[in-house]
Design a protein around this ligand. Structure first.
Ligand SMILES: Cc1cc2nc3c(=O)[nH]c(=O)nc-3n(C[C@H](O)[C@H](O)[C@H](O)COP(=O)(O)OP(=O)(O)OC[C@H]3O[C@@H](n4cnc5c(N)ncnc54)[C@H](O)[C@@H]3O)c2cc1C
Ligand SMILES: NC(=O)c1ccc[n+]([C@@H]2O[C@H](COP(=O)([O-])OP(=O)(O)OC[C@H]3O[C@@H](n4cnc5c(N)ncnc54)[C@H](OP(=O)(O)O)[C@@H]3O)[C@@H](O)[C@H]2O)c1
Length: 448
């Protein structure tokens, strides 16, 4: 029997478990999927936007894997904390696969980015997704105008959530406090701002187009922003996704007969943030420098500036991996160094240690991208199986974890949380509503 610990129950962790148990070359592989949270599914539960029910329902596919007879979910176990080092974990399992994602935000590196009222989109997403580590920071309190920096899919997500009305969010699983705050929000203008042009934006067309179909908002695009982009003027040579993006933006820029709407999303380009402006100790807007294409795919500043007023600033400029104590880390890339998924320690593959997902590749790619990534890592692990099976490990890893003081939440505990969230929703006249705090989650799991 080969015992494997997968650390992280997001898509890459679950797809790794699936690759390991759904193959026949190495019989009898048993997998424990560990997570620091008592809830599985990583960013599918705590990142995918609550109004994207169809993508959220991918949790059902992941669930099937976690219910496989040779897979066990072991939540509420943080590897790298409380003495549970990677070295100790290797005493319990023949192999450990790190699938811990990229949990933090990239920094902008401009003055004022830490002012009250200026947040990372990561924190905003965690709040409306009910992540138990999220701070209730009054994101929208007192704000009438918001600036979202970045034109990737996370920027589109947060702009859309800000532009939705309360009745649109009510059917989702947004936690009650966030729903109340968003319902009371007076944000009526959302500026989503890219430093390069529309042909270079990172969002995907389906997500972009959705902004144009929101019941309470219209999208406005400034044609003078677009004219700077040579590929906007002549999109013929662009890859299909960029060409489609340009077409969507062009239609918005050229539209004349707008139905009146309560809210507006202004999509801007060629503006690079240089400072978050301050008034009375709070963010009051963002100063941008006008940019122009530099001819090599980047931009250069022009020395001309534009200030956009906003009481809420959300920096959606990407995620980054965080080092896990005891595991090698490439700080420049925010990833764990590896060769074909094998963790490298001082440049040499470390026996029994593997990596998959965002912590292996960096924070890009949709859920499905993690499937081949996980499979590649599992293939390396299975090729190493004869050597791994010779390693001496504990007979009962869960008993050893408990002896070290870990109090795991296993699958029945998670199912109890699900039931408690459904019951909470019923009392509130809503569908399932997420529990947003550690004590509540642990009590629901029977660990109170
Ligand atoms: C805001 C947002 C929205 C997104 N929306 C979509 C979408 O709509 N559609 C789409 O296809 N893709 C979407 N994506 C991309 C998708 O979520 C990622 O591709 C995917 O989640 C990455 O998977 P992962 O397993 O590497 O990381 P994650 O999903 O982040 O999973 C990592 C897991 O590891 C756990 N963990 C971390 N550290 C430890 C530790 N020390 N010990 C134990 N456990 C630990 C975490 O709790 C987490 O459960 C979105 C991404 C973001 C950021
Ligand atoms: N619905 C979905 O499918 C969905 C939803 C959310 C996320 N995701 C996926 O999750 C991944 C992460 O998404 P993401 O939006 O966090 O990252 P992303 O796609 O890399 O976009 C980051 C954005 O931030 C900008 N940026 C970076 N540094 C900046 C700076 N210093 N100043 C100004 N702008 C800066 C980038 O501009 P440049 O291009 O100029 O660098 C880009 O517009 C992506 O693969 C995404 O597709 C998917």
């Amino acid at each position: 029997m080969l015992r494997v610990a997968v650390v992280g129950s997001g898509p890459s962790g679950v797809y790794t478990a699936q690759s390991l148990v759904e193959q026949t070359a190495v019989p009898d592989v048993r997998v424990h999927v560990l997570d620091r949270l008592p809830c599985p599914y990583g960013l599918v539960r705590y990142g995918v936007a609550p109004d994207h029910e169809k993508i959220k329902s991918l949790q059902n596919n992941l669930r099937t894997v976690l219910e496989h007879e040779r897979v066990g979910f072991v939540g509420n176990v943080e590897v790298g904390a409380d003495g549970l080092t990677p070295g100790r974990l290797l005493e319990l399992y023949h192999a450990v696969v790190y699938c811990v994602g990229a949990a933090r935000d990239r920094r902008l590196g401009v003055p004022g980015e830490d002012l009250p009222g200026s947040f990372s989109a990561t924190d905003f997403v965690s709040w409306y997704s009910a992540h138990p580590d999220a701070a209730a920071d009054g994101f929208v309190l007192g704000a009438r105008s918001a600036v979202v920096i970045g034109v990737g899919n996370v920027a589109v997500d947060v702009a859309r959530i800000l532009a939705r009305g309360p009745e649109e969010l009510h059917p989702t699983d947004v936690p009650e406090a966030a729903l109340g705050a968003l319902a009371a929000s007076r944000v009526r203008e959302v500026h989503m701002v890219g430093r390069r042009g529309p042909s270079q934006a990172k969002f995907t067309t389906k997500e972009l187009r959705e902004l144009g179909g929101l019941p309470q908002a219209r999208v406005a695009v400034d044609p003078s922003d677009l004219a700077l982009d040579p590929a906007y003027v002549d999109p013929a040579g662009l890859p299909a996704v960029n060409r489609r993006n340009v077409e969507v933006v062009r239609a918005w820029a050229e539209a004349t007969n707008w139905e009146p709407r309560e809210r507006v999303i202004r999509v801007r380009f060629f503006l690079r943030p240089v400072e978050v402006l301050e008034q009375d100790g709070r963010a009051a807007g963002v100063r941008f420098e006008r940019t122009v294409p530099d001819g090599t795919g980047g931009v250069r500043g022009t020395g001309a500036y534009e200030d956009i007023e906003a009481q809420l600033v959300l920096r959606a400029v990407g995620y980054r991996g965080v080092p896990l104590p005891g595991l090698p880390f490439d700080a420049s890339r925010g990833t764990v160094p590896h060769a074909a998924g094998r963790v490298l320690r001082d440049g040499v593959p470390s026996a029994g240690e593997y990596v998959a997902g965002w912590i292996k590749r960096g924070p890009t790619g949709v859920i499905g991208t993690n499937r081949p990534c996980a499979k590649a890592t599992a293939t390396s692990l299975l090729a190493d199986a004869p050597a791994l099976a010779r390693r001496t490990v504990a007979a009962d890893p869960l008993a050893a974890l408990r002896a070290w003081g870990v109090r795991p939440v296993e699958w029945p505990g998670w199912l109890s949380i699900e039931q408690a969230e459904e019951a909470l929703g019923r009392t509130l006249g809503r569908g399932s509503v997420k529990i947003a705090d550690w004590p509540g989650l642990l009590a629901a799991a029977g660990r109170g």
